[in-house]
Each structure stands twice: as C-alpha cells, then as structure tokens.
Design a binder for this molecule. Structure first.
Ligand code: SF4
Length: 363
C-alpha cells in the first residue's frame, strides 16, 4: 500500500492549487486512477432528521435559530419515517444514508437513543450509515459505533484562521476533538468544508492542511460551494466559480489520494460539463436527492441521466470498508453516561452575524 504524506504545508498545497489548470487536472486524474475506479461514484442521500432551531451561529446556515430564513423546522423524525426514506434512497441507487440533526452537540437521552435505533435500522438494510449530529464525546462515538455507524460527518468548514469569522459559538479545536473521539472507534471520518464564504485561497489551503495532516486522513471529504440563503449572514456572497471548484477538488484529490472526495452543496449551480470536470479531477462521491438538508440539490433522475451520459456507475456499499456489526440496545456495552462536556464558547463578535441577527429580530 502507498505510504501517504501527512506533513503537507500551506505552501505546498498552494503551489498545487495554483498550477496551470490542465496540469492540475491531469495530475489529479492520475492520482485518482491509481487509488480508485474512475467510473465509480459513491452516492449518498442526506436526510434532515431534525431541522432548524439550532443554537449555533454558523454564518452560512439557514438552520441557525437566530437568523430569519424560510426553512420549516421539524422535531426529530421517527425511526419508521427514516426507514421509509432509507428504502427509497436505496431503490434509487444510494449506498449511504447520512442523517443530519441541527444540534450543537449530542445529549444523552431519549432523542439520542432514537438516533441509535435509526442507525441500527439502516445498517440492517445493508446501507452505509452516516450521522452528522454536532459535537460528540468519546462514549457517544462508541455508542454510535456499536449501533453500526459507518461514518461520522463533522466538517472543519474552513481554515482555523477564518473559522473565527464564520462562527463564534464554538471553536475550531472542538471540531478536531470530535474527530479525535470518532477516531477512537471503527467509525470512518467524513470531514470537509465550504468554499465561497469570503475566505482567501490561503484559507482554502489552510483547511486542506488541517485535513490532510490528520493521520489517518478522513475517509471522505465533502467540498461544498456556499449556497447563499436569504436571511443568513452570507446571503450576499458571490457564487463560487466552477474553476475554483475544480481547483479545490483536484487539490483535495492530490493531497488526500485515498479519500472519497464528495461534491456536495452547490451542485444545482453547476453545469453537467462542470461536474464532469470535477469527476475527472478526482471527485468520486455526490449527495443525491432534491434537498441537501434545507438547500436545493439536483433531482435524483437528473443525476442518473448524468451518470449514464458520462458512463459513471454508483459504487456498491462497503467497498472501501467492511460493514459494521450492529449490537442491539439491550446488549450494548456503552450506556448513557449523562456527560456534560464543556465545549468551547468563544463568544467573540462577528459583525455580519450580528447584523443578520438584528435584521431577523425586526422581521
Ligand atoms: S451548520 Fe449545524 S451547527 Fe451550524 S447552525 Fe447549522 S445546524 Fe447548527
């Protein structure tokens, strides 16, 4: 097996990002072919199992309770509702279901027990199960692992430097701590970020340094283009250019050769030609379904048409890693500890977040 490089510097990553585009794409495509089947794309379906009302202040997110957006919030879905949606996702070609809850962090109790039951249920459908639930403790990671969780998503979002301009209610180190907690289990790590939030290329490289120097590197890295939702602090951001997206995907592929590079939010704004160039440059995963949590996403039929056109095929589940076993609730070794971890609350002021909050109060 190829030994992966883990000591990437910002300068090295910037030098890759800024290469002439054809050279960058060719290099990324070469790395891609060495580590993956270039005609296979992993397809995930993202389900928002608990929408809106989040106490965090992420400047890009329509689910933050403090901003006035048009999303309809809902309480935690039932296990049966989730199972029905997972079956639909499986029938339409998804190998993974990713369940997102708009929580700051997981709290032990009935709701988390319900999520654990959702994990058991979907794993038994022979689909990869991923959760994105906010910050989690080591014990909570172990409980999810026991239930049969395949992946935990926890995005770094951006560079450590720029993080302070996006979120004030938690710190970058908290993200790394949750990833470390997940790494103490068999659950794989999915962590990436968003471009188009006003960050510099230096910040994009900084985020990739933070991800690529993790050992092991995340098994999955979503690259999102900001969807500027009215009412959020980032509503007026300029759309991300396809060229930036291709450069980001290609650079991610080169510095993290074995990871699944996931084309995530912002795909509705991308042409098929643009997406094809991203696949050529090393993207090998997408989210399917007409919604990504709360923002629009291409319809699954359109994606399947695109796959046909490009000769791509959905990747089967558990190709990269064996299916985890599910331990039933009554046989669990790791019960609820009722921990109250002290996750950081930096609480500094971010002008655009404050302005969006003030505007929301007037509505
Ligand atoms: S991104 Fe997640 S943590 Fe941040 S406000 Fe949205 S739901 Fe909450």
């Amino acid at each position: 097996m190829t030994k992966l490089k883990h000591d990437w510097t910002r300068e090295e990553i910037l030098a890759i990002y800024n290469k002439p585009l054809m050279e960058l794409m060719y290099e990324a495509a070469t790395v891609h072919r060495k580590h993956h089947d270039p005609n296979k794309v992993q397809v995930s379906t993202l389900l928002s199992i608990k929408t809106g009302g989040c106490p965090e202040d992420c400047g890009y997110c329509p689910q933050a309770a403090r901003y006035h957006t048009d999303i309809e919030g809902n309480d935690l879905m039932s296990v049966q509702q989730v199972k029905a949606q997972a079956l639909r996702a499986k029938a339409s070609g998804s190998s993974r279901v990713c369940m997102g809850a708009a929580w700051r962090n997981v709290k032990d109790g009935e709701e988390f027990d319900q999520v654990l039951e959702m994990v058991r249920t979907i794993n038994k459908l022979d689909m990869e199960v991923c959760c994105t639930l906010g910050m989690i403790t080591e014990n909570q990671a172990k409980r999810l692992s026991e239930a049969g969780l395949y992946a935990y998503n926890h995005n770094l979002d951006t560079s450590e430097d720029y993080y302070k301009d996006v979120i004030s209610t938690r710190a970058f180190e908290d993200r790394l701590q949750t990833i470390e907690n997940v790494r103490k289990t068999n659950v794989t790590v999915c962590s990436g970020g968003i471009i188009g939030m006003g960050e510099s290329i230096f910040d994009r490289a900084g985020m990739l340094v933070a991800l690529a120097t993790l050992d092991p590197q995340p098994e999955s890295v979503p690259i999102n283009a900001l969807v500027a939702v009215p009412g959020t602090p980032m509503e007026d951001m300029e759309p991300v250019s396809i060229w930036d997206m291709i450069r980001m995907v290609a650079t991610t592929r080169i510095v993290m050769p074995q990871t699944q590079v996931r084309l995530s939010a912002g795909r509705t704004e991308m042409s098929r030609e643009g997406q094809a160039m991203c696949f050529f440059a090393g993207a090998n995963s997408i989210f399917a379904g007409d919604k990504l949590l709360t923002t629009p996403n291409p319809d699954v039929n359109q994606d399947m048409e695109m796959f046909k056109l490009l000769g791509l095929q959905p990747q089967a589940p558990f190709v990269k890693k064996q299916q985890p076993e599910t331990v039933e609730a009554q046989d669990s070794q790791f019960g609820a500890l009722g921990e109250k971890p002290r996750w950081t609350r930096p609480g500094h002021t971010i002008d655009r977040n404050e302005q969006a909050k003030a505007k929301s109060k007037m509505q």
